[in-house]
Design a protein around this ligand. Structure first.
Ligand code: SF4
Length: 178
């Protein structure tokens, strides 16, 4: 069943509804996230199921996948990331325009998973900032959907000033990102 987006808090009466710009923009962004699927291994298969008709990520306004970083605002990393792949992932993140969010799907992307070895990155948060982690090996589509819903919550409640704050700039600098 399609869930109608909840309207933000505001003042309403007959023929009018007033709320703040932050909340309207948050509502629009949260319900039209364009994911970039960075899928390298088995977790990517779960993502394919999430996009299929049974789970249908389109219910959340996110059916429009982008394979161009410049036209995506949600980076979904799914699978084992080899250290050699790290710079590629970082470049993809860097090419995405602000505002952007990152969902780390599965044990491998979040911590290296079972691959505690010299060639595997032990978590993508060593090279890019992550907003939400989805546990599991692999996580089921329901968990991936829950991760997307957590991102939606963050997006809805984010202040328009956050991306211009000193704190945010410092966080990017700590990852050698500008
Ligand atoms: S977390 Fe498990 S299912 Fe996902 S990519 Fe790693 S090994 Fe595969």
């Amino acid at each position: 069943m399609v869930k109608i987006g909840e309207k933000p808090e505001g003042v309403e009466g007959q023929g009018f509804f007033a709320t703040s710009l932050d909340k309207v923009i948050g509502l629009a962004r949260a319900n039209s996230l364009w994911p970039l699927p960075f899928a390298t291994s088995c977790c990517g298969i779960e993502f394919m199921a999430t996009m299929g008709s049974n789970y249908d990520l389109a219910r959340f306004g996110s059916e429009r996948l982008s394979f161009s970083p410049r036209q995506a605002d949600l980076l979904m990393v799914m699978g084992t990331i080899a250290k050699k792949m790290g710079p590629v992932l970082k470049q993809v993140y860097d090419q995405m325009a602000e505002p952007k969010w990152v969902l780390s799907v599965g044990a491998c992307a979040s911590s290296g998973g079972i691959f505690d070895t010299y060639s595997v990155l032990q978590g993508i948060d060593r090279i890019i900032p992550v907003d939400v982690y989805v546990p599991g090996c692999p996580p089921r589509p329901e968990q991936i959907i829950e991760g997307v819903m957590k991102i939606q919550e963050l997006v809805k409640n984010e202040s328009l000033r956050r991306r211009h704050s000193e704190e945010y700039k410092r966080m990017l600098e700590s990852y050698n990102l500008t």
